[in-house]
Design a protein around this ligand. Structure first.
Ligand code: ADP
Length: 552
């Protein structure tokens, strides 16, 4: 801007300078011209008077370099000329000034020389005898004058140019200085040029608009950040080239990156080919899905193209943790397969025995054994179906009526109901401890105590013992079932709470186990927000403790 102002001022200065020069010279020239014509007129009048009196005698006496005097007869013949031989000169009748003088008494004209640098001015007067006296003088033309004064003019122009450059530069700086010093943060507080007021007012208005828009934008960004930060799903926003625009904390954890990846290509976040392919598909087709494992968990990635005004502006990636769902699906599949198998085995036994009986292939003395077998298998089916029903009830997760239940009498009741089984195995069951009331579902709490005691008897050695202890400590009620049985090998300990998991299948079946007892215990304990602790040593015994929070 400074340069532009400088150039403008300089241009104006130079133009003014050139115009002034031409004007001044023009004025001087016209003044000089006027003077010369005036002088020529005076000289003509004097010469005319002298010629009228003395004739050519006067003319012969004239010795002037400045003026040329020509005496012309009324027919145009040159009678006398101070600078040339009159006899040699052509007829002057057609000369403008001569013709004019003959007609009106006086005449004048001017003619340029061949080079245009000289101009000759003529002034003529008719004498009383009809002849014409003409005076002429030469003078330099304007061009000649300019050429002649070229050096001084050039000097003046250079000096003036330097001066105007300096002046223009200072002026330009002084004009721009207040503009540079403008405080655009507070446009209305500036005291610069009055002409800038409308502009500053507009800037102030726009500033306020921008501030409001920025605040709105910031608020929206904050809202977006808060929403995405609280999301369990991973969210990644990508631009049209696949660079990360935003990545929420869940996605950062999932991909094992930090917020520093913003601005980088998504390839630096996830290198999997399936993901790159899904991203490309989303960009071209609008949507794509890919299921993949990251960090030991299973995720579903949904990728969708984002468009604005019909143009692709990026993509959004949403990651859903499907681990629990996948596990549940797998468990359900396994459970269904297991249930079918578990139901089929006793049914096949029953059908087989019944067929033999039907076909009369069983000897009368073996009949009770076969019928007993059918009854035992049917009993197993009933127990199994009962367990499945209980488990599915727990899976439903519905609200069941609760009450205050004391674990001590509950444990005593379970032990009492298992007395026959214990006696059959020669196992002694003792229940000890103090009252431990918990708020819960009586039926489920009884299932826990019953299943734990049942296992402690089933997997005990003949003549072994089961010690059931009930107590309350540190705000929780606990029930411990400790046996002197076969114990559980360490590699199986983490799995015995799974559905249909048995350490020794034949032992479990022989003792009427369904493989669901501990699953029911696990679910029932979880229903009461309790915990299970297992300690077991092969050949020595097992101790299972369940703890329930007590109401304060
Ligand atoms: P089951 O109906 O087979 O007893 P459970 O779910 O109750 O099924 O138990 C799962 C498996 O855990 C059993 O098959 C058994 O191998 C093992 N188990 C459970 N309790 C004991 C225990 N007290 N001592 C030794 N093994 C046990």
């Amino acid at each position: 801007m400074t340069k532009k102002i400088f150039r403008s001022i300089l241009t104006v200065g130079v133009a003014v300078l050139a115009c002034s020069l031409l004007l001044v010279m023009g004025c001087f020239y016209s003044f000089y011209e006027g003077m010369q014509e005036h002088q020529l007129g005076d000289e003509l009048r004097i010469a005319a008077a002298a010629v009228e009196t003395n004739g050519s005698t006067y003319l012969e006496k004239i010795k002037s370099d400045r003026f040329r005097v020509t005496w012309i007869a009324s027919d145009g013949t040159v009678l006398y000329d101070t600078q040339a031989d009159a006899a040699q000169m052509e007829n002057h009748l057609e000369r403008e000034e001569v013709r004019e003088a003959l007609e009106t008494g006086t005449g004048s004209s001017s003619r340029y020389s061949a080079t245009l640098l000289q101009k000759t001015v003529y002034s003529a007067s008719r004498l009383t005898d009809g002849t014409v006296l003409r005076l002429s003088a030469s003078r330099a033309t304007m061009g000649a004058l300019l050429l002649g004064a070229f050096q001084p003019i050039l000097l003046v122009v250079i000096v003036l140019l330097v001066l105007s450059s300096l002046l223009a530069s200072r002026l330009a700086k002084r004009i721009v200085e207040p503009l540079n010093a403008l405080d655009l943060e507070h446009p209305l507080e500036n005291d610069a040029y009055e002409e800038l007021s409308p502009l500053l007012r507009r800037i102030d208005r726009q500033r306020r608009q921008i501030d409001a828009q920025l605040a709105e934008l910031r608020q929206k960004t904050d809202e977006f950040t808060q929403i995405t930060t609280g999301m369990n799903e991973g969210l990644v926003l990508l631009d049209e080239k696949g660079a990360v625009l935003n990545i929420n904390p869940a996605a950062q954890t999932l991909f094992g990156v930090t917020g520093a990846c913003v601005g980088q290509d998504f390839l630096t976040v996830d290198r999997e080919h399936s993901m790159s392919l899904a991203l490309r598909t989303a960009m071209t087709d609008g949507h794509s899905e890919v299921r993949a494992e990251r960090g030991g968990r299973e995720y579903q990635f949904d990728l969708s193209r984002i468009e604005s005004d019909g143009k692709v502006v990026g993509a959004v990636l949403l990651a859903f943790d499907m681990t629990a769902q996948a596990f549940a699906e797998r468990s359900r599949r396994e459970f269904t397969a297991n249930v079918s198998h578990e139901l089929k085995t006793p049914l096949q036994g029953i059908i087989g025995s019944a067929e033999l009986l039907e076909n009369g292939m069983v000897k009368p003395e073996d009949m009770p054994r076969f019928v007993g077998h059918i009854r035992a298998e049917a009993q197993r089916l009933v127990t199994l179906i009962g367990d499945i029903i209980r488990l599915s009830e727990l899976d439903e997760g519905g609200e069941l009526p609760t009450e205050t239940v004391d674990l001590l009498p509950l444990a005593q009741e379970a032990a009492e109901n298992l007395r026959a089984a214990a006696e059959a195995k020669g196992v002694t069951v003792t229940v000890s401890g103090e009252n431990a009331p918990v708020t819960g579902v009586r039926r489920l709490l009884y299932e826990i105590a019953y299943n734990l005691c049942d296992n402690a008897i089933k997997y005990n050695v003949d003549g072994g013992s089961v010690d059931v202890r009930v107590g309350a400590e540190g705000g929780s009620a606990c029930l411990t079932v400790c046996d002197t049985g076969i114990g559980i090998p360490p590699e199986h300990q983490s799995r015995i709470f799974e559905r249909f998991y048995r350490v020794d299948k034949s032992h479990s079946k022989a003792s009427g186990g369904t493989g669901l007892g501990l699953s029911i215990v696990k679910h029932a304990v979880a229903y009461h927000h309790g915990t299970i602790a297992l300690k077991s040593e092969v050949g020595k015994g097992t101790e299972i403790t369940v703890r329930f929070p007590q109401e304060k």
